[in-house]
Design a protein around this ligand. Structure first.
Ligand SMILES: Nc1ncnc2c1ncn2[C@@H]1O[C@H](COP(=O)(O)OP(=O)(O)OP(=O)(O)O)[C@@H](O)[C@H]1O
Length: 372
C-alpha cells in the first residue's frame, strides 16, 4: 500500500471569489458554449459547456489531446461543431442554422508562436488587424502602448524577444476590439523565466483593454495564477469550472484533485464528517461515508519533532528549494507521503518526526479516478 503523489505543483494564495457566470443570461456573457460535439477520427468534444463572463479571463486546463485547441477553433469559426451552440457576445455564431464566418465573429486569436508577418514592421503587424481607414491613425501606437511596447513600432519582428513578439500578437488581436480573445498556449515557446513576466504583462493588457478571454494551457500553475476562472477539460467536456481556489480546494472528483496541484492520495474511511487514514483522523466537508480516497495537499502536512501522541514518520528524502522544502516521509504500514514544509530547520534523512494534517481534507468514494 502506498500513497500516490501527483506531479503538478500548487498555488495556495487565497484570492477573492470570482462570481460565477449566470448561464441564464446569455447577453451578459462574452462566450456561451452549450453541448458542443466535434469528432475527427474519434470523438473529441463530447457535449462541452462553457461560460465566459464579460471582462473575465477563463483558463481551459486539460491534458494534451483533450480537445482544448479544437474548442478554440470551433469558437473562432475555423472548425464547425456537429451539435451544440456557440454564442459570442450574446450572438449565435454556431449551431441552429448557417455558421457565422470566422471573420465576422468578433473573435481575436493569439496563437502559440509565429503569429507575426516577418516582412512587416511591428506597427504594420498591429495595423493589419484594423480596418483600412484606421491603419494610418494613432490606433496602432495606442495598442503598442497598451501592451507595453511604446516606441517599438519601427522594428521588425526578428528584432524583438519572443515575449515582445507575443505582446505584438496580442495587440493585433485586440486591434479590432473583439468581443472575445482566444489565446492558444501563447507562452509555450518562451523560457520559464520570461514566461511568468509575459503572462503578467498579457494579463494586465487584457484587463486594461477590458477584454474577455479564453486561455488554453496544460500548465496548471499558469491557469491558477493567471485566470479568473479555471475550467478543467477531460474527455471532451468541462468537468469543473470555478475560481482557482475553489477548483484547487474543492475539486469535484479525484481526477481534478490530482490534475490540479500536487496531491497525496491515501486509502481511508469516512464516518460522520471524519476521515481516518494513515495520517490520522481529520475533518472533511466532502459528505462521504465508507471507504474513501483521501486527498491531502503537501502543504497541509505538518512535520514536527517526534511525539508519542502523534503519527510517527521517517524522513526518507528531502529537497531544499530556498523558500520551502519537500520531505518524503514513510508512515507506518508502508505508506509514503510528500510534505511541503518551511526550508528551515529541516530534519535529517533517517530522522523520526511526527506528522499531522492542517485543515479539512477532501475525500471521494474509493472508486479510483473518474474515467475520461
Ligand atoms: N484537423 C484534425 N484532424 C484530425 N484529428 C484532429 C484534428 N485536430 C485535432 N485532432 C485530434 O483531436 C484531438 C484533440 O486535439 P486538440 O489539439 O484539440 O487537443 P489539445 O487539448 O489542444 O492538445 P494540446 O494540449 O496537446 O495542444 C487529438 O487527438 C488530435 O489528434
Amino acid at each position: 500500500m502506498s500513497g500516490r503523489t501527483g506531479t503538478g505543483s500548487a498555488t495556495t494564495t487565497s484570492r477573492r471569489p470570482h462570481p460565477q457566470p449566470d448561464p441564464g443570461h446569455g447577453a451578459e456573457l462574452a462566450l456561451r458554449v452549450r453541448g458542443v460535439v466535434k469528432s475527427f477520427d474519434a470523438p473529441v468534444l463530447t457535449g462541452l459547456d462553457l461560460d465566459v463572463a464579460t471582462g473575465s479571463l477563463v483558463a481551459l486546463l486539460g491534458p494534451s489531446g483533450c480537445g482544448k485547441t479544437t474548442l478554440l477553433r470551433v469558437v473562432a469559426g475555423f472548425e464547425h461543431a456537429e451539435a451544440g451552440t456557440v454564442e459570442v457576445g450574446g450572438r449565435l455564431v454556431e449551431g441552429e442554422g448557417r455558421p457565422v464566418p470566422a471573420e465576422r465573429r468578433r473573435v481575436g486569436v493569439v496563437p502559440q508562436e509565429g503569429a507575426l508577418f516577418p516582412h512587416l514592421s511591428v506597427h504594420d503587424n498591429v495595423a493589419f488587424g484594423l480596418p483600412r481607414a484606421e491603419r494610418a491613425g494613432h490606433r496602432p501606437a495606442e495598442l503598442l502602448e497598451l501592451v507595453g511596447l511604446a516606441g517599438l513600432g519601427a522594428r521588425m519582428p526578428h528584432e524583438l524577444s519572443g515575449g515582445q513578439q507575443q505582446r505584438v500578437a496580442l495587440a493585433r488581436a485586440l486591434a479590432p476590439e473583439p468581443s472575445l480573445v482566444l489565446l492558444d498556449e501563447p507562452f509555450s515557446a518562451l523560457d520559464a523565466g520570461l514566461r511568468a513576466q509575459v503572462r503578467a504583462d498579457v494579463r494586465a493588457s487584457l484587463h486594461a483593454a477590458g477584454a474577455s478571454a479564453v486561455l488554453v494551457t496544460h500548465d496548471q500553475q499558469e491557469a491558477l495564477s493567471t485566470a479568473d476562472v479555471v475550467a478543467v477539460v477531460r474527455g471532451g467536456r468541462v468537468v469543473q469550472a470555478g475560481d482557482p481556489w475553489t477548483v484547487y480546494a474543492q475539486p469535484t472528483d479525484l481526477g481534478v484533485a490530482t490534475f490540479v496541484g500536487e496531491s497525496v492520495v491515501l486509502p481511508g474511511s469516512a464516518r460522520s464528517g471524519v476521515v481516518t487514514s494513515a495520517l490520522g483522523r481529520h475533518p472533511t466537508g466532502s459528505g462521504v461515508e465508507g471507504p474513501v480516497d483521501v486527498v491531502v495537499r503537501p502543504e497541509q502536512i505538518e512535520v514536527s519533532p517526534a511525539d508519542p501522541a502523534s503519527v510517527p514518520a521517517v524522513v526518507t528524502h528531502r529537497e531544499f528549494y530556498g523558500h520551502d522544502a519537500l520531505l518524503r516521509l514513510a508512515l507506518p504500514g508502508g505508506v509514503s507521503v510528500t510534505a511541503r514544509t518551511p526550508g528551515h530547520p529541516l530534519p535529517d534523512v533517517g530522522a523520526t518526526v511526527a506528522v499531522g494534517v492542517r485543515g479539512a481534507v477532501v475525500a471521494f468514494p474509493a472508486a479510483g479516478p473518474a474515467a475520461g
